[in-house]
Design a binder for this molecule. Structure first.
Ligand code: KIV
Length: 281
């Protein structure tokens, strides 16, 4: 907040400058009301392609489209004042070529007002990250467990175990050297996340990674207990809104069936008022 009480919006350079400083607080949002809730508390708000699973009931993120990301991105934009907004590029929208990635990322940014996009992958997308950043599109990287590669991984397994650690380190380094301003490290061993954080020049944002990361991110619906399908160990539940909501819905259903709702305070008395067509309004 500034002295005038008006929030100053965080920029990509502000986030990049947070390497080895106060940890970056990051959450997902997919809708305007949730964006309004998280804005005052977060440095970065990610419109994640997890929206496909969390809000649309998809079995993975693979079916998420550019149109969905743009629709949710626009909704989140309306709810943010100070946090930096990043939108995920969905599966199939950037892997073909740097030119395809530029065309689609430019569309996402112009349509949603996002400050940056996020791409999954390491060495394999480094050329694309270099191409985008050279053309004014800030990129957040994402290495380790990259959910769009779930079929290649054979499930949502921890990545970078044993000798595979080298691969993840190379991926994070490639993303940083290609010009990404920050990189998400997902579901990798703690010691590896710590090592990557020490070695790369950009902020690392952990999810199932390490407290040593330069920031942390969670799916907001996971941490408030609204998404029950998956319960990964790396999610700390700060609320149980799902079970609270279900209890409220059950109470409403009982009240309706037993004619306790609506009560008199929820209905309108018949008072003579302005007359329209012979009937009191
Ligand atoms: O899609 C998403 O929500 C993400 C975060 C979990 C990092 O990529």
């Amino acid at each position: 907040m500034s002295a005038t009480g008006v929030s100053k919006a965080l920029t990509v350079p502000d986030i990049a400058a947070r390497k080895a400083k106060t940890p970056l607080v990051c959450l997902t949002a997919y809708t305007t009301p949730v964006a309004r809730l998280v804005d005052g508390h977060c440095d970065v708000v990610l419109v994640g392609d997890s929206v496909g699973m969390v809000l649309h009931g998809m079995p993975s993120t693979l079916g998420v489209t550019l149109e969905m990301m743009i629709l949710h991105g626009k909704a989140v934009r309306r709810g943010l004042q100070s946090a930096l907004m990043v939108v995920d590029m969905p599966f199939g929208s950037y892997e073909e070529s740097p030119a395809q990635a530029f065309r689609n990322a430019a569309l996402v940014m112009s349509e949603t007002g996002a400050a940056a996009v996020k791409l999954e992958g390491g060495e394999s997308v480094a050329e694309t990250i270099r191409f985008l950043t050279a053309r004014g599109i800030p990129v957040m990287g994402h290495v380790g467990l990259t959910p769009q590669a779930v079929n290649a991984f054979g499930g949502y397994r921890t990545q970078g175990q044993g000798e595979d650690a080298e691969r993840i380190l190379r991926d994070a380094t490639a993303v940083a050297e290609a010009g990404a301003f920050a990189v998400v490290l997902e579901k990798i061993p703690e010691a590896l996340a710590r090592l990557i954080t020490e070695q790369v020049a950009i902020p690392t944002i952990g999810i199932g990674a390490s407290p040593a990361c330069d920031g942390q991110i969670l799916v907001v619906d996971d941490m408030v207990g609204l998404f029950g399908t998956f319960r990964p160990r790396f999610v700390k539940r700060y609320a149980e809104l799902g079970s609270d909501a279900e209890a409220a819905i059950a109470a409403y259903a009982k009240d309706v069936r037993e004619r306790r709702f609506p009560a008199l305070e929820h209905v309108f008395s018949h008072e003579p008022g302005p007359v329209s067509g012979g009937e009191a309004l």
